[in-house]
Design a protein around this ligand. Structure first.
Ligand code: NOJ
Ligand code: CA
Length: 572
């Protein structure tokens, strides 16, 4: 992995030997505020990331994706951007960014940044100008301002609800002190939606892409890439009652959506989004190296997700249907088949993901015993709280399964340590807008965002130099600290390291999957190249075929495979 690239416009030292690196890459998501805090203010920062790059190189990942670090009032943890071309002082400076980028590249680690185009912060100068300029102005036309319904415009323009709960419209007070127009915000009221039908908006974002591409980034994860275009006339829409609200409600896997444009909710998955990505792709293709676009597109079915990754659009799209699948052999096999078929039909790699900063960590989620809608989170009053041991065992098995699949995998900081969701956060510590907008009815996403532990015996477990941590860390986290797991053969960290090394050595990311039958209903078994993978999602043990055990998610697996365990075997 060692490399010598110093040119920030080069994509990394592995370029020559790994064309289309993104087809097989393992991409590690850094949530900057919770990763590593260099200056001790309790919030992770860019200098903290730079300091920890050796640990990431040692883990064996190919790229990092950073959640937003741009200037922001932090009403939605940075997904409310007030300046797309800067760094919030909380996280450091542009120099800190450049240093982090060149040190990552020097280690062969590519860097993907988060682009948040659906909405700005209400503190963005564009929105401030829109408020000041008044109805009918060019400044307002950059956002989605409408007059209200009702006799005096006192009712919102339509019935849309915010993903974070409550109405998706807020009424402004005009210059004359009177209640005036309403603006659309699919998320928090501090996140007004831009009007992507407006060419001015499109032009600004071309400049923003170039700003980061010129600095040398390897790509963009595109936030809410399914929501940027709204149906003409903004018609009323009531989602089906059972619809989950994804990703802290970013959400939209709405059961019953056929994938046809006319069935899509008027704010998700509109056809018009694709033209935007084609424009962006042309910009990226002008740059040397392989710069990528990865879509956060919460749509279904997978055949529709595949539209985001047609050859002239994005490179990757997150596979949320896979993330949503329970730990059961039959639906897992089905979603894996559907994923491979859908993505390969457009020549794209499948991606895989189990955790991120919007969902309950899979170290807990896979053992929850009651329904738990995405975005609701887990807290002390939730039903079906998970048994931590079952959660960890399943998470290790699920990760070992995911990392053996052909395509590209995303891992979320801390899952390589086996971290569970933090369920018992005190109410007064919670910060997710979902918690406030639902009046505490939905816990939201804070439980997956607690700063991660590095050193068992240090204050804040080595997250920062002192004890400060923006969300409190649980007392029992010393056992999950990186230094406690490093070099311990049975630890989750060593399991991930081994999986990433073997995956590379055996070319699993570029491989082909062939199912093997005859292991019973609870088991998934397949061949990928010269590796046989067997995952037992049930309780009863099953006999294993011949072959040396290369990796097991449960230590001590030999001839029989216990429940909730995955093994990789060398084919004989
Ligand atoms: C998706 C992001 O992952 C989530 O954290 C954020 O709240 C919404 N988009 C709104 O930007
Ligand atoms: Ca800090």
């Amino acid at each position: 992995m060692a490399g010598t690239v110093t040119d920030p416009t080069a994509a990394g030292p592995t370029d020559a030997t790994a064309p289309e690196w993104w087809r097989t890459a393992v991409i590690y998501q850094i949530y900057p505020r919770s990763f590593s805090d260099a200056n001790g203010d309790g919030i992770g920062d860019l200098a903290g990331i730079t300091r920890r790059l050796p640990a990431l190189a040692d883990l064996g990942i190919d790229a990092i994706w950073l959640s937003p670090f741009y200037p922001s009032p932090q009403r939605d943890a940075g997904y409310d951007v007030a300046d797309y071309c800067g760094v919030d002082p909380l996280f450091g400076t542009l120099d800190d960014f450049d240093r982090m980028l060149s040190e990552a590249h020097a280690r062969g680690i590519r860097v993907i940044v988060d682009l948040v185009p659906n909405h700005t912060s209400s503190a963005h100068p564009w929105f401030e100008a829109a408020l000041a300029a008044g109805p009918g102005s060019v400044e307002r036309a950059r956002y989605i301002f409408r007059d209200g319904r009702g006799e005096n415009g006192e009712l919102p323009p339509n019935n849309w609800q915010s993903v974070f709960d409550g109405p998706a419209w807020t009424r402004v007070t005009e210059e004359d002190g009177q209640p005036g127009q309403w603006y659309l915000h699919l998320f928090d009221s501090s996140q007004p939606d831009l009007d992507w039908e407006n060419p001015w908006v499109r032009e600004q974002f071309q400049g923003i892409l170039r700003f980061w591409l010129d600095r040398g980034v390897d790509g963009f994860r595109v936030d809410v890439a399914h929501g940027m275009i709204k149906a003409p006339g903004l018609p009323d829409y009531t989602p089906p009652a059972e619809a989950g609200s994804m990703g802290g409600g970013t959400a939209t896997l709405e059961p019953g959506m056929s994938g046809e444009p006319e069935d899509a909710p008027p704010y998700w998955g509109q056809e018009g989004v694709h033209e935007i990505f084609r424009e962006w792709r042309r910009v990226l293709d002008e740059y040397p190296g392989e710069r990528i676009l990865a879509a956060e597109a919460w749509v279904e079915p997978l055949a529709k997700v595949a539209k985001w990754v047609r050859p002239d659009e994005m490179h990757q799209s997150f596979n949320f249907p896979y993330l949503e699948t329970p730990w059961q052999a039959k639906p897992l096999r089905q979603v894996i088949d559907e994923s491979l078929a859908a993505f390969s039909s457009v020549g794209a790699p499948s991606t895989w993901v189990l955790s991120n900063h919007d969902v309950v960590r899979h170290g807990s989620r896979l053992a929850v015993t009651a329904d738990n809608l995405q975005g609701h989170g887990l807290g002390p009053r939730s039903k079906g709280l998970p048994d931590p041991e079952v959660g960890l065992r399943r998470a290790r098995a699920a990760s070992a399964l995911m990392l053996a699949l052909p395509g590209s995998s995303y891992i979320y900081q801390g899952e390589e340590l086996g971290l569970p969701e933090v369920i018992h956060l005190p109410d007064e510590a919670r910060q997710d807008p979902t918690w406030f907008r639902s009046n505490g009815e939905r816990y939201g996403r804070d439980g997956s965002r607690v700063p991660i532990p590095w050193e068992a015996d240090a204050p804040s477990y080595g997250f920062g130099p002192g004890s400060a941590s923006w969300l409190p860390q649980p007392e029992e986290w010393a056992t999950f600290a990186r230094d406690a797991e490093d070099g311990e053969p049975d630890s989750t960290l060593e399991l991930y390291k081994l999986a990433l090394r073997l995956r590379r050595e055996h070319g699993l990311g570029a491989g082909t999957l062939h199912w093997l039958d005859g292991f019973g209903d609870d088991v998934l078994a397949f061949q990928n190249g010269d590796v046989t993978v067997v995952a037992n999602t049930g309780e009863a043990s099953v006999a294993l075929p011949e072959g040396e055990v290369l990796l097991s998610s449960a230590p001590g697996t030999h001839r029989t495979l216990p429940g909730d365990t995955t093994v990789w075997l060398a084919r004989r």
